[in-house]
Design a protein around this ligand. Structure first.
Ligand code: DON
Length: 350
């Protein structure tokens, strides 16, 4: 049957490799009882894409010079479900800087290391009602750090990550993000340089935190690691997979790896609800009802717990620093799929 022993050997080796990969793949793709039907999501995402593609309201971030020259017309949507269905449309291959969306995953890493209670004690989780980079919030708020998703709280959260030096902390952070994305992520060096040359505001925040003993490593070193984490490149699909890992109890639906402890997911999602869109978070909860996180690079990821995540990339932002088109798309898709968490019908109650 086999022409020679070499051929037989290579077939046996291939079977062995398949046997060692198949169980992980199968468990990764185990059907979720609440994951959506592919055809439905496909048609809703297409509708949203067509409806909003011509909407050019908003403006690219320009306080980080690199971001001002990113093509404002780019527009991509990716959905990854908890049973690892992947749906994409538009510019989903372009690698944009993750920016503030990184804060969610550094929070998750800090919780892996210290536990939820310790992170809550060191950072807190109250909305500031002020812009994401506000020094006034640091002065005004009893915790000073506010929450892990505004710049001050995020820099303090980064300062909690353990490591014998900045390089070790940074590598740990990048590795953790990569596991959540299911692919090796890399720094966009030009973004990092552009932001590092202009981040006097974040340096000021770090020193203000030091005044209140609310930063837990060297302030400027922490700002530097934070600036690197914000400069990590992701495309819309990778970002949706990071979101789907949160939606899937911390297990990456593509690799089957438990990246984030299951018990930390509710706190992480609650922080996103509270402050994921900064001073736009209340309106977002009111209209959309899904935990989400934006970044000034133009990305937003929203989580439908147990179901999946949607990531949208479109650079023009509103006044609060949130992508205008991404908000409109997610709002539309969440309504059409009946995903609002605060609606009892989102879990099937008629
Ligand atoms: O620190 C900053 O200002 C940026 N690296 C991140 C801010 C950001 O993404 C706010 N998001 N909507």
């Amino acid at each position: 049957m086999f022409r020679n022993r070499v051929q037989l050997k290579s077939i046996l080796a291939a079977m062995l490799i398949m046997a060692s990969f198949t169980p992980a793949l199968l468990s990764a793709q185990k059907a979720s009882p609440v994951a959506p039907r592919r055809e439905l999501v496909e048609s809703v995402v297409r509708e949203a894409y067509d409806k909003f593609k011509g909407d050019m309201s908003g403006k690219n971030a320009d306080y980080i010079p690199y971001l001002a020259q990113v093509d404002s017309n780019m527009f991509g949507i990716a959905v990854v479900t908890t049973d690892n269905q992947v749906l994409t449309l538009g510019d989903v291959k372009y690698s944009f800087s993750i920016q503030s969306i990184s804060k969610v995953f550094t929070l998750a890493l800090a919780m892996e290391e210290l536990g939820a209670d310790k992170v809550f004690e060191k950072i807190g989780s109250e909305p500031t009602g002020r812009p994401f980079n506000s020094p006034l919030a640091v002065v005004d708020m009893p915790t000073h750090t506010g929450n892990p998703l505004v710049n001050a709280g995020a820099i303090a959260t980064t300062s909690l990550i353990s490591g014998k030096n900045a390089a070790e902390k940074w590598n740990k952070i990048l590795d953790f993000y990569s596991k959540a994305a299911g692919e090796k992520l890399v720094l966009i060096d030009e973004v990092y340089k552009s932001e590092a040359a202009t981040n006097t505001g974040n340096k000021a925040l770090s020193y203000l935190l030091a005044k209140y003993d609310r930063i837990y490593a060297d302030p400027f070193e922490s700002v530097d690691v934070y600036t690197k984490q914000c400069s990590v490149g992701v495309n819309a699909t990778q970002l949706a997979r990071m979101g789907a890992t949160l939606a899937n109890n911390g297990v990456n639906p593509a690799t089957g790896e438990q990246v984030i402890k299951r018990e930390n997911i509710p706190e992480i999602l609650s922080a996103m609800t509270m402050a994921g869109l900064y001073d736009g978070s209340g309106g977002w909860a009111w209209h959309v009802g899904l935990p989400a996180k934006s970044g000034v690079g133009g990305g937003i990821v929203a989580i439908a717990p147990g179901k999946g995540a949607i990531a949208v990339f479109a650079p023009p932002l509103d006044e609060a620093g949130n992508s205008v088109k991404a908000q409109k798309v997610i709002d539309y898709v969440a309504q059409r799929l009946n995903y609002n968490l605060y609606s009892p019908s989102s879990v099937g109650l008629k």
